[in-house]
Unconditional design. Structure first.
Length: 445
């Protein structure tokens, strides 16, 4: 282990050893001058000086930072023990690797659904998903454009409200048509989510419902990079989608794939009626085709926003009863529990997955604890001999704990440092008969 830094310990150890040797030589010379033989003088000087290892330990403790040197010794000893027990090392490695892999997978799902339901969105905890009618986990898009517009403009609890509709389309500007996933979005779609463009700009308010002969389109980062070779001059150019010419006005940032659930992506975005020829869906309240997301105002709770929007919806239903048959109650869900997409299903299954991962981890810890106990029983004679020679319980315990840490490190699981078993307590139980027969001395190995 010569690659371990010495921090000046070796130099000070040499100086200490030289000082002890000089003191002993002076004592031997003094006794020999009084007529003692060399061997008798050496033995008498050693007895007079006392326990040399104890003096070295006490002196190193007075230097300070001696724990670094002790840690280095414990780690070297632990690595030697692991090399001597390949069966234990491999078995514990495999078991802990499986348990850590299962837990890492579950936590990755939690990160992708609960903590970051919309990648790169600003303050995703403020975003809520709107549902109208009876709650279920496979609903159809619940809002018409006119209802969405009224709720957006008249509510008092949301700073913004966006709408979108997912579909697929063909890119026809290449040699062969290529399928891509597209979303019709409200003009404030990116603003509500807090997304900034990598290139160009996003939609303007007047582009939301105004049809154009050459509509505008925003490209997703992945599509821009793979299909258009990351052309930084793409903004302002015309491309062809479903045999229609559109103008690229911007590129979304890397990692942003839309407002749908994780695992679902949008490759490009256009406005709600880019060509201006979808008059029926834009002017009839019984055409329910939009999914709506809102952002809560600071200090507003989700239930308060739901009450505000539900009151507005009742007014709309009262004004247009023939186009709002059935249940029209408004409910809000956090984005990680949104029923539109996979989030709702994953939110229902995540507790089961967490329980499964916890059981796997507990069983693994129990198995590793059993292996550690068996290994310790096989080494109790060695530990008893070490203690009879003067090693204290703290020193042997630190070495064994270092071995456990080295084993965890080999699995990349030092961050999951869990005390599976208290080796000190086991050592006291298993080696008590040896400790009573061989009392400890004052210095350790």
């Amino acid at each position: 282990m010569k690659w371990l830094p010495s921090f000046g310990f070796q130099r000070r150890k040499r100086e200490l050893q030289e000082e002890i040797d000089a003191h002993l030589q002076m004592a031997i010379a003094d006794r020999m001058a009084r007529g003692e033989t060399e061997e008798a003088a050496r033995q008498a000087a050693a007895r007079e000086f006392g326990n040399i290892p104890l003096v070295e330990d006490v002196t190193r403790d007075m230097w300070g930072q001696a724990w670094l040197e002790q840690l280095g010794r414990d780690l070297r000893y632990a690595l030697r023990q692991l090399r001597r027990s390949p069966g234990f090392t491999i078995s514990a490695t495999v078991m802990l690797a499986v348990a850590i892999c299962a837990n890492s997978t579950v936590f990755s799902w939690i990160d992708g659904t609960m903590l970051r339901p919309i990648p790169d969105a600003r303050d995703a905890g403020e975003l809520v998903s709107l549902q109208r009618g009876q709650r279920n986990f496979s609903p159809t898009p619940p809002f018409s454009y006119l209802d969405y517009r009224d709720l957006r403009e008249q509510n008092h609890t949301l700073t913004g409200m966006l709408a979108y509709h997912n579909d697929w389309i063909a890119l026809t500007d290449g040699a062969q048509p290529e399928r891509a996933y597209i979303a019709n979005v409200s003009a404030n779609f990116f603003d509500v989510l807090g997304i900034k463009p990598v290139l160009g700009r996003f939609f303007l308010p007047e582009e939301e419902t105004h049809g154009y002969a050459v509509p505008s389109v925003v490209l997703g980062y992945s599509l821009w990079k793979t299909h258009y070779a990351a052309d930084r001059a793409i903004v302002g150019k015309s491309i062809e989608i479903a045999r229609h010419t559109v103008t690229v006005i911007g590129v979304a940032p890397e990692g942003f794939t839309g407002a749908a659930s994780p695992g679902l992506r949008d490759d490009l975005w256009v406005t709600l009626d880019p060509l201006g020829n979808d008059v029926w869906r834009m002017t009839h309240r019984n055409q329910e085709w939009l999914i709506v997301i809102g952002r809560l105002r600071p200090g507003v709770r989700r239930d308060q926003a739901a009450q505000d929007l539900d009151t507005l919806m009742r007014h709309i239903v009262a004004a247009f009863p023939d186009q709002h048959l059935g249940d029209n109650r408004i409910t809000l869900d956090p984005m990680w529990r949104s029923p539109f997409g996979a989030n709702g299903l994953m939110a229902a299954t995540l507790p089961l997955l967490l329980a499964f991962a916890a059981v796997v981890l507990l069983l693994t810890c129990a198995n590793v604890a059993t292996l550690t106990l068996v290994r310790f029983v096989s080494r109790r004679r060695e530990l008893a001999i070490r203690q009879s020679l003067g090693a204290n319980s703290h020193a042997t315990g630190a070495a064994d704990d270092a071995g456990g840490c080295c084993a965890f490190h080999r699995r990349g699981s030092c961050g999951a440092g869990v005390d599976v078993v208290d080796l000190e307590d086991i050592r006291m139980v298993l080696s008590g008969e040896f400790e009573s027969a061989h009392p400890q001395r004052e210095h350790g190995l």
